[in-house]
Write a protein that binds this ligand. Structure first.
Ligand SMILES: [Zn+2]
Ligand SMILES: [Zn+2]
Length: 69
């Protein structure tokens, strides 16, 4: 089973085992952004999935990613 994020701007599906929304762009949980599955574009600040070698929004390569912390 899964649940859908109630946040109107998000609405992504999450597994029952997930206590919080797993979408790093979701405004409900900023901590989701600090995990190994995502990188943040240093040019446009969009969050992209790790297996995405370049930014979906601006096309910058992953080596332009911001460092966490
Ligand atoms: Zn969400
Ligand atoms: Zn970008």
């Amino acid at each position: 089973m899964s649940w859908r994020c109630p946040e109107p701007t998000c609405r992504c599906d999450n597994y029952d085992s997930d206590k919080t929304c797993q979408n790093p762009d979701c405004p409900t949980n900023p901590d989701n952004r600090k995990n190994d599955h995502w990188w943040r574009c240093g040019v446009c600040q969009k969050y992209n999935y790790m297996n995405q070698p370049w930014c979906e929004k601006c096309g910058a390569s992953q080596d332009k990613a911001e460092q966490w912390g």
